[in-house]
Design a protein around this ligand. Structure first.
Ligand SMILES: [Zn+2]
Length: 85
């Protein structure tokens, strides 16, 4: 997986973290899209999770601003939101 924020390759961030609700949401909004495939490319590494929220937000904003693909942008925003708690 490539981290959304620092773009480092990292291992882990398994698909198993997806809740059944999240999967259902995905299937409803993006029918035909392979969630596992998307997740394999969309995540935030442990280093970035450990950053102070303000720093993480800065990185996230930069990454999202640079993303041209709307679908991926949504996923990124979603991923960042989930980590904020
Ligand atoms: Zn990272």
């Amino acid at each position: 997986m490539k981290c959304l924020l620092c773009e480092k390759e990292s291992k882990g961030m398994p698909h198993a973290r997806v809740t059944p609700d999240a999967r259902k949401w995905h299937d409803q909004h993006f029918p035909g899209m392979n969630l596992d495939e998307v997740l394999a490319k969309t995540g935030i590494c442990e280093d970035c999770i450990a950053l102070p929220p303000a720093e993480r937000k800065k990185l996230a904003k930069k990454a999202i601003d640079h993303e041209k693909n709307e679908y991926r942008r949504e996923l990124m925003e979603d991923a960042v939101k989930k980590r904020r708690n």
